[in-house]
Structure formats: structure tokens, C-alpha cells
Design a protein around this ligand. Structure first.
Ligand code: 87F
Length: 920
């Protein structure tokens, strides 16, 4: 088709053509002929040289949006009215200004000016917004970026001064899986100079070398913008990404795998002052190596405080980058740079804002730092997990051995690569999020994976899930609930049959749309839950009251494509769970089942995981919309002062029965619809357990779910060797095993006793038994309790009984300790004025409440508490979770409510107590 300007002034072409035009900038280059872009949609009145306006009539962006969404490899977009209203203005603007360019063979000056006019308005919009519409995957962003990409291909250059467009363009390309040409922000003339091989060193301008003052509290992005501006002022070539907040380099690796990112540590040393270490994400930026590398004497640097971060680098925790050194006008900070950084072409780092990553050559980064007056001190940091350079002391506790030991040492190093030799770098109470990430990896529970939100559950984690399953299956048998397995896939028609049920969740559903290269005629969803998968079968199975109750359970994985920050165990895109589904003759029976399900969940949390929960009803606003009543178990995490929904059990009423034609002949011969329930608990349990019990040394496991309950470590010395110690320890192990204790004798010879202590402490084993020469002589051993550090000697004779008793006592003591802490954080609040201050203290709050159905006031409390908290304090940046107070439940266990008590928020007559808190 000839799309030249020579065509008649009034031209119209089908959307498919446009789709073809944009398709070449997408990863998928072929536009299937069946593409549903049939509506004639675009009419362009050609612009005239006299400057008369271009008129474009465009309808049908839904179709092209759908098309673009289906070709994008990374996103599952679903249309929503919201998106469309914003979309409308951007799409029509872009078509008005860009469409004539699309049909032109080459760019004439008026084309360029139209495009530039558009790009300028885009840049203006993007000054205050990250995307055109709400999220990273909106149709408008993808469509407009694709159109601009076509313009680029036709020779149009997006002006470099539009840094916001450049940043947006890179990001949209990345998150949507589009192959867009990056807009490289560079100074005019630099390219030409570079070509000639005479890239001159630009003298630093006065502006570029001027130090920045630390950022004000209310102006989080000022530093970031200033830093990027000074790069431009220095003529440094850079590209920018924006992304969801990334607090660790691991998250960046997930967002942009394959790119080199920095990880930054800000340290304070009493003798030598402050250090900012900027290392490559895959380096081991160990402080010991830094001390050695810089030849410091008497140094003992510690993580600098958050106040110091603000004072010297002008940033908040989680946003540090090398460019922040510009804030250190007084030259108080030593800048330490990882030598390995010089090996990469481009290095990405945060300009003081962890939603932005700026890429530049390492040379330019060094130049930037030097312009601030800081000397760059290079240190040879090793690759993470590999041995430090010969000169540095080993970080772990491998034993020095003879010839035979050499080979084993290699094994030891390998394990070092997995992290087990390294100590936790973060403190639970001060850097909870980083601490959590450290604990789950160093304890060998989780390995990261190259798809965001998906994690590998290693045996140490899976074994805990196994324990929960084993216990749960026994309880299910008691309740006559049978295990089953239903397919993973669900057809669109079935999933959407019960509208209310999917309504709030639609955006999280992942779809299979292709097999090989071909499109599937009907898209297939991956189960986010199984109501719609199971209930058509229920309709076949249930005919008479004799078929009831029907009680089944399924252990499976489910997929919910979350867009919020993922957290292993707590919020992952795929997780494991148990889902119970039952159908009953009467409401009473179904209600009994709901409570039995909930009681099992109390058992999992309290009896197995030693975590107290509050059971109660969800309010109307928080209940599962597909059913009519939801009950919940709410747990509390003291270290973050947040509640977390542990598991839910729903009475579905007769809703699904009506939708899926489930009915039966009752005892009187009349047709009736059964009452249904569904209930589920997930691998989130493991995350809650880590967060609640873990400490600064690592994991702390409650004995009932610990994969190993006891580990035996011997202390070999010249005085007593393996020949004596080994049989002694094996004997202890055998005796304990005979009593059903999960025990291991760590007989590895390539690790020291100290290394093993640390290793098993990090993995949270409840009891360590140490055996040394004196113990053997005294026919005893030393017991060390993980959760409280208690140590005592005990005779080997009778040890099995002692261990059995001790494990039970540990389990109880761990529960009691956490319950006490939870109870200390449970307060009653009678008036609004005390609400937010108590949220700030990380408390669970019981308030008198007007009505569980009063959604309006519930929403008001949420909104008002968010506003009040944000005015007075910082948003908790760690997990991208809200500071608003939410209703957690209406506890079953209701305190007395004197007549006349008023609702703490609305002032209306109170009808019950509601528990509130900040939650995950
Ligand atoms: C996400 C996507 C699609 C929760 C979803 O709680 C659908 C859903 O239906 C969805 N997220 N839910 C509610 C699940 C209800 C219920 N299902 C059985 C449970 C427990 C187990």
C-alpha cells in the first residue's frame, strides 16, 4: 500500500494497516490476518503547507489496544473505563499530531514540528507523572510509544532535551516488552566529536561542580532531578529508567536482568569517618575487604544512621546511589568504588530516588564523582560468593587442612557462594525488609528466579509446607473432607460466569493466549482460585440430598499476577495453597463447616507455627464479594507493627449454586440449592513465621515444623579426635531418632565447629547439641536453645526424654513470647484523636464501630488515617504498603460494649468492636 503524501488529501485506512505500522517495533513482527481490527477507524485530513489544522477522526482504540496488549510479551492488560478516559485524550492527541507522519515516506519540516509539538506536551505531562495513565502497562503508553517509534524509524529524532520523554520511552519499552530505540540524552555536537575520536574532556561547569544541599523532607525528588540535571550540564551521555521502587539490587536485577547495577553501602567509622561504597550488584562489597584495600588501621565501620544518610548524602534509606556524593559539600565522605565496575559498558544507579535508574559509562560516573571534589578510591572487591583476593582474610570458617582438605575446600567455597558462610548484614528492627531478604536466602529457604514475583522454594522451606500439609491432611480426614485435583486452566466463559466474584480481581488473572506461534481461539486463564473450575462438576455430582454434604480439598499452586511489589512468601505471583470447597443441605451445616475450616487455620498458626491469631468476621467492605460472609485469622508482626491476613474461610451462600446450576432434591422432594463454603491457607504462612520468630542471627523455627529439630556438632581437638567423637555423637543421634526426633549429626570434616554453629543458627534449628572432649569424659553433652540462647549440660543418659520435653517447652515458650508481645500491642481506642497515634505505634486497635455494613465510614477512616499519617510521618517505603488503618476483622471474641457507646469515627451508636491496624 502506498502511504505517501501524494495520496488524495482525504485518506482513510483500516486499523490493521496502523497495526502493521506499529507492529515492527514490537517483539512480534507479524500481524495475524485475523486480527480483530475490523472497524474502519482512522480518517486523516492531510495537513496543508498553509498550516491548516490536521483533522483526524479516530475510533476503535480498544481494538488496537487489545492488539498491542496481545503482542506484548510482558503484560496482560485489561480494559477499564478509567484507563479509557485518559487514554482517549492521549490517543487522540497522538493520532492528531502523529498520524500524518506515519503515512509520510519521509519527514518534511512541518512533520517534524508537529511531532516536536506533541513531544513537548508529552514531556510536560511526564514532568509530574511517570506514565500517561495510571500504570506501567497502559494502552496509551504502549500505543503512543509505538507511534513515536515509527516516527523514529522514519528519521525523526526525539529532541534530547526532553529528558522526561526519554526516561518514559525507555521504561515503557522495557516494561511492555517493546523494542524501542532508546532516546539517548546527549549534548549536541558530542556525537560528532566522539566519531572523530576526539571526545574532549569537558571542563566541569561551575553549576555541575556545585555541591547540593541535602533534600528537604517534603521534596523527595529534588535531589534526583538536580543530579540528573547536573549530568546534563556536564555533557555526560546517559539513559534513564523509571520503575517501581527498588530497595535492593536484587529487585533491580529482577526489573532489568542483564544490566549492571550498583549496590551502595554508607558506613560510619569512629576513627576514619564516613564511607560510601559503590559496588557492582554481583560483587561482594564486604567491609573487611574495603579496610584491607584502603589500608585502614583500627577501623570498625558500621552502617551509618538514616539521619546521617540525609545529612551527608541527601537521601532516604533504599535510595542511595554514587551520585549522591554530590551532596557532601564538606568532603566528609570517602568515596569507594568497585574496580569490577570498570569492566562494564554501562552502569545503572539511583540518582537519590529508587524509582529511577540512570545509566552511564563507568568512566563518566568516575568523572562525575571527581567533579564533586572527591577522590575515587578503587577497591578490588571479589565476585559475590567467590573467594576474596589472596591478601584478604577469608570470611568464613573453612578449616585449614592438609592435602586431602584441599579438594573439600573447593566445596566449602561453593557453599559460600550460596551464602551460608556469610552473616546477616541487617538488623531486624532497623532494616526489616533487607533483614527478611537476608534471612530467607541465607537460611537456604528461597532462591530468586528470573521472573519477577516467582521464587524457588528450597527444601528447607518446602519441608515446612510439608509439615503443615501432613498435619492438615490428618484433620481433613477427621472432618471427612477428601483430597482431589482439578485442572490448572479455566475457560474465559466459566471464569467470568460469576461476575461479582472476578470483578475486583480481573487484573490479576494471567492468561494463556498462544500455543507455539498460533493464537488460541479462546484464551485460557490460569487458576487464581478454583470456584469456577470446580462448581460445574459439583452441578453434575449433586443430584439428591444423599449426595450432600460434598466436601473436597485440593492442594495446588495458583497464579495471581500482582503488580504491587512482590515479597517472597507474602506476595508472590505463584503460590501454593490448600483450598477446601464444600456443599451442604442447610445454612447451619455450611456455617459449621466455615468455622471448622477456620479452626484448622488457627491450629496451623497457633499450634504448629507458634503464632497467635485473632479470629473474626470480615466487614462488608473486606469480605469476599462472591460469597456472603467471610471469616479470617489475623496475625501480627511486631517488627513492622503490621497485621497480616493469615487465612480465610467463606460462607458462599447459594450464589455460586445459582450461577452454576447446582441443585438437589431435598428430603421433601423439592428442588433446592445447596449452601457452599470455600476456605484456603497458603505458603504465606512460612513468611509470617520467618517475620515473627526470626532474629538478628537468622531464622528461628518452632520445633513442630522445623525440618531438623536437633543438630549435633562435635568439637574435634588434638585431645580428642573423630575416632572417639563420631561414635559418641552417632549414638546420641540414634537414640533421639528412635524417639521420633528429627535429628542430624553434622559430620562434615571440612568445616570448623564455629562455622557449623553459625550455619545451623541461621537455619533456625531449635536445639544444637555440642559434644567436646569434656562432655565425652562426663558422659554428657551441651544443649543450646536457638530461640533464647539458653545453654546447659545434660547427661547422655536420659537425653532423649529431656529433648522431647524441651522441644515441647520451646514450642510453648515461643508462642507465649509472641503472644505477650502481640497483646502488648493491642489497644482500645474510643475516640478518633487517638487512632492514628496508635497506628504510628504499630498497634492493633479495637474500636467501637457503628455497623459492619457501613462501607462509607470505613472508607473514610482509611482515607483520613492515611492523610493524617502522611502529614505527620514518612510513608513506609519498605514494602510499598499503605500507612492507612484498615479493618482487620470483627473479632469473635467481643469485649463488652456498654449501651450507649458511640462509634469512634462516625459518632453513631456502636454495634460491635472492630479490630484495625496497618496491614500487609
Ligand atoms: C484473584 C484473581 C481471580 C481472590 C482472586 O479465599 C479471582 C480471585 O476469587 C478470587 N483472588 N479470590 C477470592 C478467593 C476466594 C476463596 N477461594 C478458595 C478463598 C479461599 C480458597
Amino acid at each position: 500500500m502506498d502511504l505517501s503524501l501524494a495520496s488524495p488529501p482525504h485518506l482513510s485506512f483500516p486499523l490493521e494497516t496502523l497495526a502493521r505500522l506499529t507492529a515492527h517495533s514490537l517483539k512480534t513482527t507479524t500481524v495475524p490476518s485475523s486480527t480483530v481490527l475490523s472497524s474502519p477507524a482512522l480518517t486523516v485530513t492531510q495537513p496543508t503547507l498553509s498550516g491548516a489544522p490536521t483533522i483526524v477522526t479516530y475510533t476503535g482504540y480498544t481494538a488496537i489496544g487489545t492488539y498491542l496488549a496481545s503482542t506484548s510479551t510482558k503484560l496482560h492488560l485489561s480494559p477499564s473505563p478509567d484507563t479509557f478516559s485518559t487514554l482517549d485524550s492521549w490517543v487522540s492527541a497522538s493520532f492528531n499530531l502523529l498520524a500524518p507522519l506515519l503515512v509520510a515516506k519521509t519527514f518534511a519540516p512541518f512533520h517534524t514540528s508537529a511531532a516536536t509539538q506533541f513531544v513537548a506536551s508529552l514531556d510536560n505531562h511526564l514532568k509530574t507523572a511517570t506514565y500517561l495513565t495510571a500504570g506501567p502497562g497502559s494502552y496509551a503508553d504502549i500505543l503512543v510509544a509505538s507511534l513515536l517509534s515509527v516516527c523514529q524509524d522514519k528519521g525523526y529524532t526525539i529532541p534530547a532535551e526532553h529528558v522526561n520523554v526519554a526516561r518514559w520511552f525507555t521504561t515503557v519499552g522495557h516494561v511492555a516488552g517493546l523494542k524501542l530505540k532508546a532516546v539517548v540524552v546527549e549534548k549536541k555536537g558530542e556525537k560528532a566529536a566522539e566519531k572523530k575520536g576526539e571526545k574532549e574532556e569537558k571542563p566541569a561547569t561551575a553549576e555541575a561542580s556545585k555541591p547540593l544541599t541535602p533534600m528537604a523532607d517534603d521534596d523527595a525528588y529534588r535531589t534526583s532531578n538536580d543530579l540528573v540535571a547536573s549530568l546534563a550540564a556536564m555533557g555526560i551521555t546517559y539513559t534513564i529508567y523509571t520503575h517501581t521502587a527498588a530497595f535492593t539490587s536484587l529487585e533491580l536485577e529482577e526489573f532489568a536482568p542483564g544490566l549492571a547495577h550498583t549496590k551502595n553501602v554508607f558506613l560510619k567509622d569512629k576513627k576514619h569517618g564516613y564511607f560510601l561504597i559503590t559496588g557492582r550488584h554481583d560483587s561482594d562489597t564486604n567491609t573487611k575487604i574495603m579496610i584491607k584495600g584502603l589500608g585502614l588501621t583500627g577501623a570498625n565501620p558500621r552502617m551509618a544512621s538514616e539521619d546521617d544518610l540525609g545529612k551527608y548524602l541527601g537521601v532516604k534509606k533504599g535510595s542511595v546511589g554514587p551520585m549522591c556524593i554530590k551532596c557532601d559539600g564538606e568532603q566528609k565522605v570517602t568515596f569507594v568504588f568497585d574496580k569490577r565496575m570498570m569492566e562494564v559498558d554501562t552502569i545503572y544507579s539511583h540518582p537519590g530516588d529508587n524509582t529511577v535508574s540512570v545509566g552511564m559509562s563507568p568512566k563518566d560516573l568516575v568523572k562525575f564523582v571527581e567533579t564533586t571534589g572527591h577522590e575515587v578510591k578503587f577497591v578490588d572487591f571479589p565476585v559475590k560468593g567467590e573467594a576474596p583476593p589472596a591478601s584478604a582474610k577469608p570470611a568464613g570458617g573453612e578449616k585449614k587442612q592438609g592435602k586431602q582438605g584441599k579438594q573439600e575446600k573447593v566445596v566449602a567455597k561453593k557453599q559460600n557462594a550460596e551464602g551460608t558462610l556469610l552473616a546477616l548484614q541487617y538488623k531486624k528492627m532497623s532494616q526489616f525488609h533487607e533483614w527478611y531478604s537476608d534471612v530467607i536466602t541465607l537460611s537456604e529457604m528461597i532462591s530468586y528466579y528470573d521472573i519477577s514475583g516467582c521464587y524457588i522454594l528450597r527444601p528447607w522451606a518446602y519441608s515446612i509446607w510439608d509439615s503443615i500439609q501432613t498435619w492438615f491432611n490428618v484433620q481433613l480426614k477427621e472432618l471427612e473432607v477428601d483430597n482431589t485435583y482439578f485442572p490448572l486452566f479455566v475457560s474465559k466463559s466459566r471464569l467470568e460466569k460469576e461476575k461479582e466474584h472476578v470483578e475486583g480481581f480481573a487484573a490479576e488473572v494471567a492468561w494463556v493466549t498462544k500455543s507455539g506461534d498460533g493464537d488460541l481461539a479462546e484464551h485460557i486463564a490460569i487458576r487464581p482460585t478454583s470456584e469456577t473450575i470446580m462448581y460445574p462438576a459439583f452441578s453434575d455430582w449433586i443430584k439428591s440430598h444423599r449426595d450432600l454434604p460434598l466436601k473436597i480439598n485440593q492442594w495446588s499452586n495458583v497464579v495471581r499476577w500482582e503488580f504491587k511489589n512482590p515479597t517472597p512468601f507474602l506476595r508472590s505471583r505463584e503460590f501454593l495453597w490448600q483450598e477446601g470447597h464444600t456443599a451442604h443441605e442447610s445454612y447451619e451445616e455450611s456455617q459449621e463447616m466455615v468455622m471448622q475450616g477456620l479452626e484448622l487455620y488457627r491450629g496451623v498458626y497457633e499450634d504448629l507455627l507458634a503464632i497467635p491469631v485473632v479470629q473474626g468476621y470480615k466487614t462488608e467492605k473486606e469480605r469476599f464479594a462472591g460469597g456472603f460472609m467471610t471469616t479470617t485469622c489475623e496475625a501480627y508482626i511486631p517488627a513492622s507493627g503490621r497485621a497480616i491476613q493469615g487465612a480465610t474461610s467463606h460462607n458462599l451462600g447459594q450464589n455460586f449454586g445459582k450461577m452454576f446450576d447446582i441443585n438437589f432434591q431435598d428430603k421433601e422432594g423439592k428442588t433446592a440449592i445447596p449452601w457452599q463454603t470455600s476456605w484456603g491457607i497458603t505458603t504465606r504462612t512460612i513468611g509470617v513465621m520467618v517475620m515473627v520468630h526470626g532474629d538478628d542471627t537468622g531464622l528461628v523455627l518452632p520445633p513442630r515444623v522445623a525440618p531438623l529439630q536437633v543438630v549435633i556438632v562435635d568439637i574435634i581437638s588434638k585431645k580428642m579426635g573423630r575416632d572417639v567423637l563420631e561414635p559418641y555423637c552417632r549414638d546420641i543421634a540414634a537414640k533421639l531418632k528412635a524417639k521420633g526426633v528429627r535429628v542430624k549429626y553434622d559430620d562434615r570434616v571440612n568445616y570448623t565447629g564455629g562455622w557449623k554453629y553459625n550455619h545451623w543458627e541461621q537455619k533456625g534449628v531449635p536445639i544444637r547439641i555440642e559434644v567436646g572432649p569434656r562432655d565425652v569424659e562426663a558422659k554428657s553433652c551441651r544443649l543450646c536453645v536457638r530461640y533464647n540462647g539458653e545453654k546447659y549440660d545434660f547427661p547422655v543418659d536420659g537425653l532423649d526424654g529431656e529433648i522431647e520435653t524441651k522441644l515441647v517447652a520451646i514450642q510453648k515458650a515461643m508462642f507465649d513470647k509472641v503472644k505477650k508481645e502481640r497483646d502488648e500491642h493491642m489497644v482500645k481506642v474510643m475516640e478518633w484523636k487517638d487512632f492514628v497515634p496508635n497506628l504510628e505505634k504499630g498497634n492493633l486497635i479495637l474500636t467501637p464501630w457503628c455497623d459492619p455494613k457501613n462501607e462509607e465510614w470505613e472508607e473514610k477512616v482509611k482515607k483520613m488515617s492515611r492523610e493524617e499519617a502522611l502529614a505527620g510521618a514518612e510513608e513506609d517505603e519498605k514494602c510499598a504498603i499503605s500507612v492507612a488503618g484498615k479493618t482487620l476483622c470483627i473479632p469473635f471474641d467481643q469485649p463488652e460494649l456498654p449501651k450507649g457507646t458511640k462509634c469512634f469515627a462516625s459518632g453513631l451508636e456502636a454495634t460491635c468492636w472492630v479490630m484495625w491496624g496497618r496491614s500487609y
